[in-house]
Design a protein around this ligand. Structure first.
Ligand SMILES: Nc1ncnc2c1ncn2[C@@H]1O[C@H](COP(=O)(O)OP(=O)(O)OP(=O)(O)O)[C@@H](O)[C@H]1O
Ligand SMILES: [Mg+2]
Length: 238
């Protein structure tokens, strides 16, 4: 499989007053097209920082040896407006909180997502992929947490993103609901070949991935290849 993303020697320093601290320290990583990458690690280890840099929400420290290549294009050199356009068209985001539009129903929320991309999509079939076919007309307050998270997955999928960034997607959910949400992500990966990058505190979730990296103090401290993905319903929780 070819790499969709190649990260080379990226560092991110945050300044508190005049003192820089490295939230990310010279990280390199390749991500294959269609891969499920799971990022584990202690709080403060740099997981969210890595997601924010790779998804272009934040900028890496300037260094001639640093690169973030998407299919050989270096997005770390993009201007803000070019990056915004790239992100809007190509990348999907799932967070611990759902950020859905309360005054729109399920179908309409997903339709808004599809309008961000430029590809023709069948909104009904995407809603079916996340298992919400019978809930299409419901408003957000009529849905459980897990159902709302699946709406946010459907909304992100509706632009057919190349890569979906998921920061603690099951962080607010119990085991049963969390597993259903992971099932929807895996289903999307199978059906649309969407590359998934999932950050989690839950080591059980690592088993659904093809590759697991562990982060600590801004570095990748372990990289594990998982030859056989485990079905989300069979993973240990917590
Ligand atoms: N905007 C910021 N300004 C200053 N320091 C920051 C900022 N954002 C993050 N940091 C620091 O960078 C380090 C990495 O933070 P990051 O949010 O990437 O950790 P994380 O692995 O996602 O943690 P968690 O599991 O708690 O979400 C932490 O020490 C944090 O305090
Ligand atoms: Mg985080």
């Amino acid at each position: 499989m070819e790499n969709i993303i190649e990260i080379k020697n990226i560092t991110k320093s945050y300044y508190v007053g005049k003192v820089p601290t490295k939230a990310l320290d010279n990280v390199s990583l390749n991500i294959k097209k269609g891969e499920i990458l799971v990022i584990l690690g202690a709080s403060g280890g740099g997981k969210t920082t890595l997601l924010n840099l790779v998804s272009g929400l934040d900028k890496i420290d300037k260094n001639k040896n640093s690169k973030i290549l998407y299919e050989n294009k270096d997005i770390s050199k993009y201007s803000d407006s070019k990056m915004t356009k790239f992100r809007k068209r190509n990348l999907g985001f799932i967070f611990q909180t759902y950020n859905l539009l309360e005054h729109l129903n399920v179908y309409e929320n997903v339709l808004v997502g599809s309008s961000l991309g430029r590809k023709k999509v069948d909104v009904h079939s995407i809603i079916e992929t996340v298992g919400l076919k019978q809930h299409e007309k419901k408003y957000m307050h009529q849905l459980s947490g897990g159902e709302q998270q699946r709406v946010s997955i459907a909304r992100a999928l509706a632009k057919k993103p190349k890569v979906m960034f998921c920061d603690e997607p099951t962080g607010a959910l119990d085991e049963k609901t969390g597993k259903v949400v992971l099932q929807s992500l895996v289903e999307a990966n199978n059906k649309y070949d969407t590359t998934l990058i999932i950050v989690t505190h839950n080591p059980g979730i690592a088993l659904i991935g093809d590759k697991i990296i562990k982060m600590n103090s801004g570095k990748i401290v372990d990289e594990i290849i998982n030859e056989k993905r485990t079905d989300p319903k069979d993973i240990p929780w917590g």
